[in-house]
Unconditional design. Structure first.
Length: 222
């Protein structure tokens, strides 16, 4: 048995937070539904110590915001929460102020009479043409919840693939940087010391040695 933190939407549309004890997160979510709550998040409690170590995101902030948005809207629509309320709740749960403004602006455009796809299209920096067209297809077919569930799986898979590629490229990139730095140090500091040995001598230098000395001269000069 473990204690899980949860965020859920009550019947009156308000957000509820707390903790429940259960064997796993699925059983806790099932218990919340029995209590008339729509679970939005069930998992580890947020860090309250104020100490958090964040690794570089390599410019993936927008991508992760879209993933969070898609997962939250998918969960709420699957739980039969109205679309406008789902967007409002997602905006409240969003941690980044910039993306919270994006979500609330999408909700504003939606309430003005446009479709969700057209509302998302007002922010092309966050939502791709594929994303918008899939939402448009979901609205036309009346299966928006299913479309968001598939988009959530797609965004999660793409995020995992991107992280795998980045982590796989770190080691060879590090080796390349170390190798390049080593060559520059050799050409700029080590080779010039040996070059003085060949000055004033009549011995014919081998071609590779001459190329190395010329390269060292170029590095020092330019």
């Amino acid at each position: 048995m473990a204690t899980f933190f949860f965020r859920a939407v009550a019947a009156d549309g308000k957000m509820r937070t707390g903790s429940l004890t259960g064997e796993n997160d699925r059983l806790v979510a099932r218990e919340l539904r029995k209590q008339g709550l729509t679970p939005v998040y069930v998992g580890v409690a947020p860090n309250k110590s104020g100490i958090e170590i964040k690794l570089p995101s390599f410019g993936g902030g927008k991508r992760r915001d879209v993933l969070f948005f898609t997962q939250e809207v998918s969960t709420l629509l699957t739980s039969s929460v109205p679309l406008d309320r789902a967007l409002a709740i997602t905006g409240e749960l969003t941690e980044h102020a910039t993306f919270r403004f994006i979500v609330l602006d999408v909700l504003r455009v939606l309430k003005s009479g446009k479709t969700l796809a057209d509302s998302l299209a007002t922010h092309p920096d966050y939502f791709s043409d594929l994303y918008i067209n899939m939402v448009r297809a979901g609205e036309a077919s009346g299966s928006l919840a299913v479309i968001f569930e598939r988009l959530s799986e797609f965004e999660k898979t793409r995020d995992e693939l991107r992280n795998y590629i980045i982590s796989s490229m770190i080691y060879p990139a590090l080796l390349a940087c170390v190798g390049l730095a080593s060559v520059l140090i050799l050409l700029n500091f080590v080779v010039p010391r040996f070059a003085t040995i060949f000055e004033g001598t009549t011995m014919k230098m081998p071609l590779p040695t001459k190329i190395m000395l010329d390269a060292s001269y170029v590095v020092q000069t330019y």
